[in-house]
Write a protein that binds this ligand. Structure first.
Ligand SMILES: [Zn+2]
Length: 80
């Protein structure tokens, strides 16, 4: 994957994957790996921007990169 993607491009891309049911198909653990890769791909990006939509959709915390009860800032109960 290109390293020229910005945070918002990646965010849109993850939304597109989600709309095609990709994360449902992969299951929790594989989805987590994909989200970690997505954050690594955007070298100068902010994880909270990358996961702005997909995080709450999948109950995935942008800070600790784990599943949890996500609030409206995208943080799980441990990271608030
Ligand atoms: Zn967290």
């Amino acid at each position: 994957m290109s390293n020229h993607m910005g945070s918002h491009d990646m965010c849109d891309f993850l939304e597109a994957l989600h709309s095609h049911g990709v994360f449902e198909f992969l299951g929790r653990e594989k989805s987590r790996e994909v989200l970690l890769e997505a954050c690594k791909c955007v070298s100068d990006g902010n994880d909270d921007e990358i996961l702005e939509y997909i995080g709450p959709e999948l109950s995935f915390c942008y800070y600790c990169k784990d599943y949890g009860d996500i609030d409206d800032r995208g943080l799980c109960e441990k990271c608030r």
